[in-house]
Design a protein around this ligand. Structure first.
Ligand code: ZN
Length: 219
């Protein structure tokens, strides 16, 4: 895996200050990325150890040593969380927890909405205002319509893969795009590309077809 969630988002997640859509994307990436999981575990232990100190403002050398010493202690075991739902095989293969809980037990039976001939989407029921949280399915070998962003977009690949100007993204990779970037992701041949996308402002399509679609769609 080459493309990770930003350090900033990992820290927000560890501190519990990330919005629900961002938390969901980070948590799903963590399920697939041991590297970021280890970082978050460190942040959480540092945060927990600092909070346990009575006066975190006066962090003396001794206090810092105590914090660092606590990092070497074994973290408490998390309670085992077994989902009661039986997921179909594809769903189980593609969707890690916690994403599964948002989407139900059968990925193919979900109400996919056609955006273009090559792109389908499902809006996730997350009420956080200012964000759109979607599952995208780009047909194998097809391009997504060219678009820019009014804000930033994080896209986590769950199945298949895609390429754009910045590289190739496979399962677990996160593409981070801001309003500067015009990009045209093209899905790998062979398998539909399924992604979790969190956008903090509506996308704007820029190609000639895109401009027309913009008139009709909130995409
Ligand atoms: Zn990572």
């Amino acid at each position: 895996m080459m493309f990770h969630v930003s350090e900033e988002h990992l820290m927000d997640y560890a501190a519990g200050t990330a919005s629900e859509p961002v938390s969901l994307l980070v948590a799903t990436h963590l399920a697939l990325c041991p590297e970021c999981r280890a970082k978050v575990a460190d942040y959480e232990r540092i945060g927990g150890a600092m909070l346990a100190d009575s006066k975190p403002a006066d962090l003396t050398d001794a206090a810092l040593d105590a914090v660092l010493a606590r990092l070497d202690e074994e973290p408490a075991d998390l309670p085992a969380h077994k989902p009661a739902v039986r997921y179909d095989e594809t769903t189980q293969r593609i969707l890690p927890e916690p994403l599964r809980s948002y989407l139900g037990d059968n990925l193919s039976a979900l109400p996919w909405r056609n955006v273009t001939r090559s792109l389908q989407e499902i809006e996730l029921p997350i009420g956080d205002s200012g964000y759109r949280t979607r599952l995208l399915r780009i047909k194998a070998g097809q391009a997504m319509p060219e678009h820019t962003h009014g804000g930033s977009e994080m896209t986590l690949v769950l199945a298949g893969g895609f390429s754009d100007d910045t590289g190739h993204y496979g399962r677990g990779d996160v593409s981070i795009a801001d309003d500067e970037l015009v990009h045209t992701p093209v899905a790998d041949a062979g398998e539909d590309c399924i992604c979790l996308a969190v956008t903090d402002a509506p996308l704007k399509l820029t190609g000639p077809v895109g401009r027309i679609i913009n008139l009709f769609m909130r995409y």
